[in-house]
Design a binder for this molecule. Structure first.
Ligand code: PHE
Length: 462
């Protein structure tokens, strides 16, 4: 282990940094859409149940592996068991693949923030604006570079000087912005196509009230799988990140308590994102206006902001500023997973490791940005959706590699080493671990089976 590794000064710093990683684009552009599509309150209830069982087990496993081995994702698995180092390699490849395209998207967010903050938000409501922007050759590259350097600067400053300090500032500000936008969204009103007055509160009920209409057993199962897939991505597990951050957690910290706080933070932001987005979309675009992914953030929401009139620029600037913070804290955690791996594996200094990975990420990021013009292609993915370069990378990391890492980790901890490997770490200072029994069942049986089903679905086999 490198001398310079560093650690978080306190538990709060760790919780905010881990929450910063967990709270990202997924919370904002995917959770509200799934909730709106999957029966509102019904999805919320299923998601929360999965968070305190399945999500809790995976997060506890990774943070404990990190703290126990004090190693990066790449080197931790080697220490746990000979013959398992390949999981470490996979865990490190995943953030390596995600980082460049996450930075490309972070750049888009930054661009939209600048456009709204300079008072030109209504331009983005034009149907073609987004595709014209991303297919440009210079602007997306410039913004991607700025975003990447921003993350790199933080990682350069180290664990407590960079990651911890920035998380302690950005995360409270992010919560305030999210709450502010959510309250604002509830107060908007407009008239629907029949001339009837609709308000944000009407949209809120669509979100909160469980809608059981048309929920068959098959549909219920697909809602559970949607919630599971979302949770898996949202908690930033299987990306090596929680192992890296776990390795910086002070030995005296209470892991079980910290995990609860991280989960509450992540779920709260996802829940509030729904209150931010669903009522406003409902008022200005009707019940069918919801979409997920880039089209929600960069096409639908700009129309909503434009429909708000003058305040739209301010609302949009605050919104994209908030998303930028959420993306930076996730982007820097991806970078840290790779940087810490290179430090432990090759004995590089933090600065050298950060510089090398940043240059590589910029190079791949450039190719990703040009994937919308020079290197444009369009393929059919095994799960049935169509995608370009960015989507192919996203599919490979999230739908193929991440489930493989999780299933292998569950086998390693649940069966080869035994769940006590984690439980003894969680309770090492005599802490109470009320859910130890639940943890065992989850890591041995339920989590690997659920993720395996998810994996088969990604391959289009289920
Ligand atoms: N948890 C993030 C989200 O919900 C996903 C993510 C985390 C992506 C870290 C990249 C890096 O958006």
């Amino acid at each position: 282990m490198s001398k310079e590794k560093g650690s978080f000064k306190g538990t709060i710093g760790f919780v905010l940094a881990a929450a910063g990683s967990a709270v990202g684009l997924g919370n904002i552009w995917r959770f509200p859409y799934l909730a709106a599509r999957d029966g509102g309150g019904l999805f919320l209830v299923i998601y929360i149940i999965l968070a305190v069982t399945f999500g809790f087990a995976l997060l506890t496993t990774e943070v404990s592996i990190g703290r126990r081995t004090k190693q990066s994702p790449l080197t931790a698995y080697k220490e746990i068991g000979k013959g398992w180092s390949w999981i470490g390699i996979f865990s490190c490849i995943i953030p390596f693949i995600i980082l460049p395209y996450y930075c490309a998207i972070g750049g888009w967010v930054l661009k939209y923030f600048v456009v709204f903050a300079t008072g030109h938000g209504s331009d983005t409501a034009n149907e073609q604006y987004f595709s014209d922007f991303i297919s440009g050759r210079t602007e997306p590259v410039v913004y991607m570079v700025i975003f990447t350097l921003f993350c790199a600067a933080i990682i350069f400053m180290g664990v407590s000087g960079g990651i911890e300090n920035i998380s302690k500032v950005l995360m409270p500000v992010l919560i305030l912005m999210v709450v502010g936008i959510a309250v604002f969204s509830l107060t908007v009103s407009g008239t629907d196509s029949n001339g009837k007055e609709v308000t944000g509160l009407d949209g809120l009920w669509v979100y909160l009230i469980p809608n059981l209409k048309g929920v068959t057993v098959k549909k219920f199962f697909s809602i559970v799988m949607d919630a599971l897939g979302q949770l898996f991505y949202s908690l930033s597990v299987a990306m090596g990140i929680m192992i890296a951050y776990g390795s910086y957690v002070p030995d005296k910290a209470n892991i079980a308590k910290s995990i609860n706080q991280i989960e509450i933070f992540d779920t709260l932001v996802a829940f509030l994102a729904g209150i931010m987005i669903i009522p406003a979309v409902y008022v200005f675009m009707g019940p069918d206006g919801m979409s997920a992914g880039p089209s929600l953030m960069f096409i639908s929401l700009p129309k909503v902001f434009a429909a708000m009139g003058k305040v739209g620029n301010i609302a949009g600037a605050v919104f994209f500023g908030m998303v930028f913070f959420a993306a930076v804290t996730s982007g820097m955690s991806l970078l840290e997973a790779v940087v810490s791996s290179a430090m432990d594996q090759f004995g590089y200094s933090r600065k050298k490791s950060t510089a090398i990975e940043t240059v590589i990420a910029l190079g791949i990021g450039l190719v990703v940005c040009l994937g919308y013009n020079v290197f444009y292609f369009d393929v059919m993915l095994p799960n049935g959706s169509r995608g370009q370069l960015l989507d192919v990378m996203d599919y490979t990391s999230n739908q193929i590699l991440m489930p493989v890492v999780t299933i292998a980790t569950c086998i390693l901890i649940g069966w080869v080493k035994g769940p006590d490997y984690v439980i003894s770490e969680v309770t090492k200072n005599g802490e109470k671990f009320g859910r130890a029994g639940l943890y065992k069942v989850m890591v041995r049986f339920i989590a690997p089976v659920l993720v395996f089903i998810l994996f088969l679905m990604s391959l289009g086999l289920f």
